[in-house]
Design a protein around this ligand. Structure first.
Ligand SMILES: *[C@@H]1O[C@H](CO)[C@@H](O)[C@H](O)[C@H]1NC(C)=O
Length: 341
């Protein structure tokens, strides 16, 4: 994807109209101190409003880390759900891809129960009054129907435009990619039928890890659907080896004026027809490889919208427990998010 973008830049300079296409390379990840390297996949970060950032990551029954800023120093506090999930499926002691949301002073943590490459999966939810270790109560499955071959019930993300708006939960990984269900209030259970948000029509359709965020552009509310595309976690000794930067994990985005459909990319391509604009991908010059598993929030410490994610530093290594926590500011001034240093 990077090669294609750079080629287009050289051949068609007259088409360059806005910031995103003018970039020659993706910037380095923001500084991080403390617990920034390890089993740090699929982060979810929430600011508690009182000076502490909470970061939730895949494995160890959802590791909770805390820091005084997005840049750290991060401290590992322990597991959110030390007894695993009450969902009765393989993988219920190895929870993935947490997503934490504050509604009315209660924190809702959505998580995935699955095993690698399996559609025998489910999404559960736990709640806490504070996010701290020892305060999480599991409520089990949110109730997305299981009998649908088009989706895999992992990689949840809860979205609400504002405190009075309806709740939507997007999910999905491979197969027919990203789906969305409406959620009840409080958001513990699904409230209706799933709708289809995004699909990659090229097998094996490696799109997953969606995250929704809204931003007003010239008075128009836009809904942005971020997702991860490509191969996330190969090492040089994996079958097939290390994918090229073009095939490795990267972050794409689509947008719509509705939170429930109509997503297109920056070229106007329908995101149910393989659309998606790459906003962050591998940069050999900046020691970044295969970034993804992203989330987006307004960070009061940076006074900016920030995207956080996991990535590999080739100078360190590609092993599962060598993943890095990364973050960057996002510039929405063009109407499309641009990752900045
Ligand atoms: C999967 O769910 C979608 C949305 O509810 C529906 O349109 C489709 O028919 C379902 N497919 C199967 C096989 O149940």
């Amino acid at each position: 994807m990077i090669t294609g973008l750079l080629t287009a830049l050289c051949v068609l300079p007259s088409l360059i109209t806005a910031g995103p296409l003018a970039k020659r390379d993706f910037p380095p990840a923001g500084a991080c101190s403390g617990y920034c390297q390890g089993d740090l996949h699929d982060p979810s970060v929430v600011y508690d409003g009182q000076g502490t950032y909470y970061r939730f990551t895949t494995d160890h029954k959802i590791t909770i880390s805390t820091a005084p800023s997005i840049a750290g120093p991060w401290t590992n506090q322990g597991s959110a759900l030390p007894d695993g999930s009450m969902i009765d499926l393989p993988g219920n002691m190895d929870l993935w891809a947490p997503d934490v949301f504050n509604y009315n002073g209660i924190y809702y943590m959505y998580y995935s129960v699955s095993t690698i490459g399996s559609q025998n999966s489910d999404i559960g939810v736990a709640t806490s009054p504070s996010m701290a270790v020892g305060t999480w109560t599991d409520h089990g499955s949110i109730g997305i129907p299981s009998n649908n071959a088009s989706w895999n019930r992992i990689d949840p993300n809860l979205f609400q435009h504002d405190a009075n708006a309806p709740f939507y939960l997007s999910f999905g990984s491979f197969w027919a990619n990203i789906w969305q269900v409406p959620m009840q209030n409080p958001p513990l259970r699904v409230a209706g039928e799933a709708v289809h948000l995004e699909q990659n029509l090229t097998p094996p359709a490696p799109d997953e890890g969606s995250y929704q965020f809204w931003y007003p552009v010239n008075g128009v509310q836009y809904y942005y659907l971020f997702f991860s595309n490509g191969i996330c976690c190969n090492t040089p000794s994996s079958p097939g080896g290390l994918p090229s930067a073009a095939d490795a994990y990267k972050v794409k985005v689509c947008r719509s004026t509705s939170p429930t459909g109509g997503f297109v990319d920056q070229n106007g391509v329908d995101c149910l027809q393989s659309g998606g604009t790459v906003i962050y991908a591998s940069s050999a010059a900046n020691d970044v490889y295969a970034p993804g598993g992203q989330g987006v929030f307004y960070d009061p410490g940076q006074d900016s919208i920030v995207m956080y994610y996991h990535y590999v530093k080739p100078s360190v290594g590609y092993e599962y427990n060598q993943f890095q926590f990364g973050w960057n500011k996002l510039d929405f001034s063009s109407g499309w998010p641009v990752v900045v240093a």
